[in-house]
Structure formats: C-alpha cells, structure tokens
Design a protein around this ligand. Structure first.
Ligand code: GLY
Length: 312
C-alpha cells in the first residue's frame, strides 16, 4: 500500500532570484495533497487540493497570476483524470474563475461530458457556484504590457498581418516568454492514480487557443499503469499525445523513467520541444524530467521527506 504525490510548477526559464518562492510553492502544494493521502483520502481529492494551492499562488501560471493572451485577458485550460473508470473532466478557454481545476472536476462529476469550453464552461462554472474572479495580478499585467510591446516592435505585428505567423518563432527564440503550467500526479492507498493539470497557456496566445493541458492523452492522462502531467509548449505535446504515450510505454513494460526519457528524446528530435513531465506509476515510482532550463517540482512517497528541486 503505497501513497505518492508529485507536483510541477511549469517548465521554462524561471525568473532569476525566485527559486526559493518556487521551492516553497511546490512544497506547500505537496504538503496539502500529502495530508489527504495520509488520512486515507483519494488521489482525486489530493491532486485537486495540491493543484488549488498552486493555482492560488500568483507566481505560477495557473489560476490567480496566470498569463494574459494577446488581447490582454486570461483564458484557462484545466483537466483532471482518474485511472479508475477512466473518469475525465476538462475545461478550455474558461475565463474569470478562481480555481479552474475544480470546474474541470465538476464537469467530470456533474455532467455526462468530458470537456466544456469558452462561454459554455463559464456558464457551467457560475451554475456550480464559482463567483466572478479577476485572475490578473499587477505583475502579470506589467509583464504582458512589456512583452506585447517587444513583440509588436520586434516583429512588426500591427503593421503586417502576416507577421503574426512569427509569434511562434519569437516564442521559440525567447523561451522566457512562454507561460508554464501547474500539474499534480497522485497515487492513493487504493492504487488509484490521478493527474490534474491547470494553466493560463502561453503568453500572448491568440484568444481561443487551446493547449495540451485540457486534452486527455496530451497534457493530462491517467490509467492503472501510470499517470502523467505535461508542461511546456502545448502544440508539441498535442502532436505527440505525450502523456498517453508515457503511460502506454509503462503498460508495455518500460520503466516509468525510461518511458518519460524516451518521450522527451523523441520530442527533442522531432520538434526541439521545450517541455517537461511529471508522472507516477502503479508502484509509486515518481519521475520528473524536462528539456527546459527549469521545472520546479516536488514530491513525496510513503514516509519520505518532501523533496523539492528546480531541475532534475
Ligand atoms: N502546456 C501549456 C500550454 O501550452 O498551454
């Protein structure tokens, strides 16, 4: 009977001088989930509790403090998946709620659907009692203003519509402009695995853009062999269906470590992708790996201390 939980705070280039905040934030999230697992609670409850701690921490790109899209507002993507019964709930392009992961969970528990999007997701959130919440922090707004100005000047958006095609190239050359994501994977004492992922997406994304996070099999996945949460540029994760492939690797007999490492190698080869993963297998082995400079993450297993690191 093993319990384990791992969280990440987003793959990318972490702001210089803020490592301690990321270490503290991820540790607090693991602690919240750990208390639930140790009391015999479910992987779902533990993953959602940990995800909410990360969403409520403005240094991470999820919930309060998430990044702004090109038009200057926040659109959330979030997903939760439970191995038992392949239960999934997901939201995309959801605006103005405090905890998107809870809305995703309610889609799973209260509807016949897997995903709600945009206006429909917002209407559902309000019906479920989620009040209006402005997630934009002054720091994120200033950040958006500067990045948008740099983008406009740097590649001529506004002067030439075709220049918008260069957003992708710009973000590629300047990974510090990308957003990040938060994610949690948990294993409970009943051997149930759960993955939860939540994000504001990538900075300056076009309104309506949906990333990998809410797409089961891409940014979030759980089956009885392994559960996984992805971070990094979602367009590459979607093309690779990364989290499903990692679980499938374990199902076919690979170690979790190898399955994650092979997916990273494949994505580097195919796309030179800036991504990261956390995952746990049915035995409670927890793995974090990434191709970016940083990916703050923290985990525990059974009686172990919580271990938190900025990169593997
Ligand atoms: N991985 C988060 C996103 O691309 O939206």
């Amino acid at each position: 009977m093993t319990i384990a939980l791992i969280v990440h705070g987003g793959a990318g280039s972490w702001r210089p001088g803020s490592d301690a905040d990321a270490i503290e934030g991820t540790t607090l999230a693991v602690d919240a989930g750990r208390k639930i697992l140790e009391a015999g609670g479910s992987a779902l409850d533990a993953a959602c509790a940990a995800a909410m701690v990360l969403e409520d921490n403005p240094i991470f790109n999820a919930g309060t403090g998430a990044v702004l899209n090109y038009d200057g507002y926040v659109e959330f993507d979030a997903c939760v998946m439970v191995s038992e019964g392949a239960q999934i709930g997901s939201v995309s392009a959801l605006q103005r709620v405090k905890n998107p992961i809870l809305v995703a969970r309610q889609v799973m528990e209260e509807t016949d659907h897997v995903m709600l999007t945009g206006e429909g997701a917002l209407r559902f959130a309000r019906v479920m009692g989620h009040g209006d919440h402005d997630p934009i922090t002054p720091a994120r707004f200033d950040d958006w203003k500067h990045k948008k100005a740099a983008l406009d000047i740097g590649i001529g958006i506004g002067k030439d519509a075709k220049a918008s095609l260069k957003i992708r190239e710009f973000l590629r050359k300047h990974p510090e402009y990308a957003g990040g994501t938060i994610g949690v994977v948990a294993l409970d004492a009943r051997d149930v695995l759960c993955a939860a992922t939540s994000t504001g997406g990538v900075t300056l994304k076009l309104p309506g853009r949906v990333g990998d996070t809410p797409l089961p099999g891409a940014g979030t996945y759980a089956n009885k062999f392994a559960a996984c949460s992805a971070t990094g540029t979602g367009e590459y994760v979607i093309r690779s269906l990364s989290c499903r492939a990692i679980s499938e690797g374990v199902e076919r007999g690979k170690s979790l470590d190898d399955s994650v490492a092979e997916m990273l190698a494949q994505m580097t080869r195919d796309f030179d992708a800036d991504v990261g993963f956390i995952a746990i297998d049915a035995n409670g082995n927890a793995v974090a790996n990434h191709s970016t400079t940083h990916m703050p993450h923290a985990w525990f297993r059974d009686e172990s201390d919580i271990i938190a690191k900025m990169h593997v």
